[in-house]
Structure formats: structure tokens, C-alpha cells
Design a protein around this ligand. Structure first.
Ligand SMILES: Cc1ncc(C[n+]2csc(CCOP(=O)(O)OP(=O)(O)O)c2C)c(N)n1
Ligand code: SF4
Ligand SMILES: [Mg+2]
Length: 277
């Protein structure tokens, strides 16, 4: 009889459901990175709740992870997560959202949650495109890219999502690509334990939709190698000129601030004060 070795993360999945993601999609690496981070933390899975938006990235936790999940309207995951965190502050609330979900329709929710420093973790899957709906331009799509909605090339300057999070007030921000899965796992672990708004941006391969844009259709390995080659660690990037950094992806833990007032604590404090008066 063959010795069957059980996958160490199997316990986190609802067994009866099969994955529907395209083969080679970065979502698989990200799903494992999130679960490996949780596994290392040794916190019961029941203490976590996930909130997903609409988009391929929303299917990372939902319906597969065997804990509570809200799969909500496109662009509203941060808003739902804010309500959930305020109602149940003991939970570790993790949002899985696409770049479109986070920064287009959900842009306001995102920047204001960062400004309020509410204790949420956003795992933003930045595949540089609207994947699920067929490859439309997103606010993150590189300049001049030809997508199905920009056949002559995009004329809009893309957002740098991590810098946007920092500017809006997030207190932990990290960016990696799917190539750096171990480093990503470590940053997710830190983001989960960070008290305040944490943002982890992952440049991820969408070989089906974004692959077409960059001439790497259905070539996930080629895309991963490309992301590897373009990545520059923040420590090295600090000594590089703007010209040298053109086309590069700056990766690493980009910012971490401790002891900034956090929204759920502030609300608790206000309630106590109001009761005393
Ligand atoms: C209110 C609303 N507007 C638009 C849509 C259509 N829609 C669904 S997912 C999506 C974009 C998906 O892109 P992204 O958020 O980057 O996720 P990805 O699929 O790339 O992971 C859009 C426009 C919708 N479902 N609901
Ligand atoms: S369309 Fe792209 S992002 Fe969506 S599942 Fe397929 S490869 Fe992944
Ligand atoms: Mg996307």
C-alpha cells in the first residue's frame, strides 16, 4: 500500500470543494502563503474571518477556507470588514481583494480605512488588470499597455498601491511578488500581528488575461521569472536613481509604525469616556 502524505495545510480547507482558478494563476501561491503564515502563528483558525470582494482574488479564501468568510460586493470588502471588526474586535479580519477592487471602485474605502488605522489586514492581489471580467484596464495597469479596453495603449498613469497605502496612513506596508513566496509569508505573518491597518501588496501573475497584454499568454513560469528579474529590494533601491528604477518592482517591508492610535481601541476609549460622563 502506498504511503499517502497529507498536505500540511489540508486542515484549513473545506474538503468537498474543488478549486476553479486557471492553472498557473498566482492565487494558488498566495493562498498557500496566507495559510502558511497562519499555521506559523499557531492561532486557531476560528479566530480569523476573511472578507472577499468580487474578482478572481476574492476566490482565494471563499468558499474554500474552513472558517468564517464574507464574500461581498465588488469594491466593498474593506467597508464590510470595517463593520465586522467594529462588531467583533477580537477577530483577526483579513481582506483578499484584487487591485481593481481595492483601488478603483473600492478606492475610497481603502484610503479611509488606512487613514483611520483600523486593525485590518488587506492582502491585495495586484495582477495589474481586471482578471475575472476579461482583461480590462485597471488603475494599476502600466502606462501604454494594450488591454481590451485600451486597444491603443493606456494613457493613464498607474497607481503605486503600496505608496498610496503609506500616503493614506497605513501603519504596516509590504510588497512582494509571487516569486518571493517565503518572504511574502513572513510579511503576512507580521501584517496579521500588527496592531493597525496593514497592507500587503502582491504582484501576481494572471497568465490568462495579463499574460496576453505582455505577450506571455499562458506562461506563468515566464511571468514569475520576469517578476523575479524586475524585483529590487527596498534596501538596494534606496541607493538607485529614478532612471535605474524604471520598470523595476520595489519589494520588501516598506513601512512599519508602532503605537499609532487604532480605530477600534479609540472607539472603546470614547465609549468608556461617554459612560463616565
Ligand atoms: C458593482 C460592480 N461593478 C462591477 C462589477 C464587475 N466586476 C467584477 S470583478 C471586476 C474587476 C476585477 O478586477 P480585480 O478587482 O483587479 O480582481 P481580479 O479579478 O483581477 O483578481 C469587475 C469590474 C461588479 N461585479 N460589481
Ligand atoms: S483570469 Fe487571471 S487572475 Fe483570474 S483565475 Fe485566471 S489566471 Fe487567475
Ligand atoms: Mg486584478
Amino acid at each position: 500500500m502506498k504511503n499517502i502524505v497529507e498536505h500540511p495545510l489540508k486542515k484549513y480547507f473545506r474538503e468537498e470543494i474543488n478549486y476553479t482558478t486557471c492553472s498557473g494563476c498566482g492565487n494558488g501561491i498566495i493562498s498557500q502563503s496566507i495559510l502558511r503564515a497562519i499555521d506559523k502563528l499557531n492561532i486557531s483558525f476560528d479566530q480569523f474571518a476573511f472578507v472577499s470582494g468580487i474578482g478572481c482574488s476574492g476566490w482565494i479564501p471563499s468558499p474554500y477556507f474552513n472558517t468564517d468568510i464574507l464574500h461581498v460586493t465588488h469594491g466593498r470588502s474593506v467597508a464590510f470588514a470595517t463593520g465586522l471588526k467594529l462588531a467583533a474586535p477580537q477577530l483577526k479580519v483579513i481582506i483578499c481583494a484584487g487591485d481593481g477592487d481595492t483601488s478603483a471602485i473600492g478606492g475610497n474605502h481603502f484610503i479611509h480605512a488606512a487613514r483611520r488605522n483600523i486593525d485590518l489586514t488587506v492582502i491585495c492581489v495586484n495582477n495589474l488588470i481586471y482578471g475575472m471580467t476579461g482583461g480590462q484596464v485597471a488603475p494599476t495597469t502600466p502606462y501604454f499597455s494594450k488591454t481590451i479596453t485600451t486597444p491603443y495603449g493606456s494613457i493613464e498613469r498607474p497607481f503605486d498601491l503600496s505608496n498610496l497605502a503609506i500616503a493614506a496612513g497605513a501603519t504596516f506596508v509590504a510588497r512582494w511578488t509571487t516569486y518571493q513566496a517565503r518572504l511574502l509569508t513572513n510579511s503576512i505573518k507580521k501584517a496579521i500581528m500588527h496592531k493597525g491597518f496593514s497592507f500587503v501588496e502582491i504582484i501576481s501573475q494572471c497568465p490568462v488575461q495579463y499574460g496576453k497584454v505582455v505577450g506571455m499568454s499562458n506562461d506563468p513560469v515566464g511571468m514569475l521569472m520576469h517578476y523575479k528579474e524586475c524585483s529590487v529590494n527596498i534596501k538596494k533601491a534606496k541607493n538607485m536613481s529614478e532612471d535605474e528604477l524604471k520598470g523595476k518592482i520595489i519589494v520588501g517591508e516598506l513601512m512599519e509604525k508602532e503605537n499609532v492610535p487604532e480605530l477600534t481601541d479609540e472607539i472603546k476609549r470614547l465609549r468608556m469616556e461617554a459612560k463616565r460622563k
